[in-house]
Ligand binder design. Structure first.
Ligand SMILES: *Cc1c(COP(=O)(O)O)cnc(C)c1O
Length: 446
């Protein structure tokens, strides 16, 4: 038999991976998957507890998504999307707009989360330009925010570990403190605070709004930062400030869209929120094929409309834009939401999941437990009183990852934060089993 792993280590450059560590801990060769379980070439199973990087929604090998994909491949696999169109894209745009209850009513397709963000940033910038306002050239974002790995998306991100080396390439962005309650930037307690962390943003917008195009934010959960879950009130105030100071609001729901927080979109936790852009990707095809969308409003759209020589056109597009097979997978996923009553089932399981997380608070190494919907995070600390973390050198995350694999779990900590990002199809018995195994992994560390 061919030694596939040997060839992998010889020829492949894996994302977010230190190859030196991969020598000691080679990648797991996955052969097949079903539901929330991955199976390796030796027959071991692993719970896909992080939804294969936050994209799987209804489980692997779902018969209805497979069928939709197979059917579409037989009809039309791909066609360029400028000057041509097709039913899967039109139908998906239609359904997405309806899902947002017409809060957004234009859809721009692309093929990954970073590009959906780039599209929103460029559209916002050019909107002001097309209106004759050339002074608005800046963006605002949060410390520790994450919006993708392309240069533009990195510029509005705030994770130094990923981005610092590239800083000379990034354009300047106004960064404000993030609502990280466990490590409050204002040194307050959540139980008594008045969302004081909004103040730096308020001050910035008051002084600089004339030069700011937009603010970009991950609604309610700052994913890559370590699943920082923040108060709805903060998001509400951000939206109010954006409105007051007439800047665009870009909601980056690439990670949290499609049910993760217990509602279809995380922004729905703030019922009357007004925003100008919505970026969606990871869960859009339930993790079957790459696809992304940037939703916006008619108001933004019409600012780009006019005679060609007026140079109002949005000159942007990706080759695989609105791929029909990916759109069909997206449509099948939305259909499953409806017909299998995914969100109703989820709302019954969420309290059970959250109750099960409470006991993690007793563990010596767990400084904070936070959760929303089917997302949960346990922040590990050396000392609960000082909240001191373990730091880069200790490689606590790698240690957790290795032990978790032995417990049939895929835990890929973000720094010192262990998290679960469960597929929405996870059953009650599976939740129980996953929590027990996760508990055992953390307990074994102390
Ligand atoms: C993953 C992610 C992105 C980038 O998506 P890719 O498909 O990896 O390019 C952007 N924003 C958020 C919030 C994400 O979690």
């Amino acid at each position: 038999m061919k030694d596939w792993l040997k060839s992998d280590l010889k020829y492949i450059w894996h994302p977010y991976t230190q190859a030196k560590e991969a020598l000691r801990l080679p990648p797991v060769l996955i052969k097949r998957a079903k539901g929330i379980k991955l199976y390796d070439s030796k027959g071991n199973f692993y719970y896909d507890t992080i939804s294969s990087w936050w994209c799987n929604v209804h489980g692997h090998n779902h018969p209805r998504i497979k069928e939709a994909i197979k059917k579409q491949v037989d009809i039309l696999e791909h066609v360029l999307f400028a000057g041509f169109t097709h039913k899967p894209a039109i139908e998906l745009a239609d359904k997405l707009i309806a899902l947002t209850k017409h809060k957004f009513n234009r859809v721009f397709f692309s093929d990954n989360g970073s590009t959906s963000v780039e599209v929103a940033l460029k559209m916002s910038f050019q909107y002001w330009h097309n209106l004759g306002n050339k002074k608005k050239t800046k963006f605002v974002s949060l410390d520790y925010g994450y919006h993708g790995d392309t240069i533009g998306a990195m510029s509005v991100s705030g994770l130094d570990l990923f981005n610092q080396v590239f800083s000379p390439l990034l354009y300047p962005v106004y960064k404000v403190p993030s609502p990280y309650c466990y490590r409050c930037p204002m040194k307050k307690e959540r139980s008594t605070c008045a969302i004081d962390c909004i103040k730096p943003l308020e001050k910035l917008l008051k002084e600089k709004h004339a030069e700011i195009c937009a603010m970009i934010i991950e609604p309610l959960v700052m994913g890559a930062a370590g699943m920082i879950i923040y108060p709805k009130e903060y998001l509400k105030q951000v939206a109010d400030l954006a409105k007051k100071y007439k800047i665009h609001l870009i909601l980056d729901e690439v990670a949290v869209g499609f049910g993760r927080t217990g509602l279809m979109f995380a922004y729905e936790h703030v019922p009357k929120i007004k925003a100008d852009f919505l970026c969606l990707s990871k869960g859009i095809t339930s993790g079957y094929l790459p696809l992304a969308v940037t939703l916006t409003t008619q108001e933004i759209f019409w600012a780009f409309y006019g005679d060609y020589e007026k140079r109002k056109t949005f000159f942007h597009g990706h080759t695989y834009t609105a791929n029909p097979v990916a759109c069909s997978a997206g449509l099948a996923s939305l259909k499953i939401f409806k017909e299998e009553k995914t969100m109703q089932k989820l709302s019954k399981l969420v309290p059970f999941f959250h109750r099960g997380l409470e006991k993690f608070r007793d563990l010596d190494l767990v400084g904070d437990v936070r959760h929303i919907g089917f997302i949960a995070a346990m922040e590990l600390v050396k000392d609960k009183k000082t909240k001191k973390g373990f730091g880069l050198k200790r490689r606590m995350g790698l240690e957790v990852y290795r032990r978790a694999l032995k417990e049939n779990l895929v835990l890929r900590p973000l720094g010192d934060v262990i998290y679960l990002f469960l597929p929405l199809c996870t059953s009650k018995a599976q939740i129980k089993d996953i929590l027990e195994r996760t508990y055992a992994v953390i307990k074994s560390l102390s």
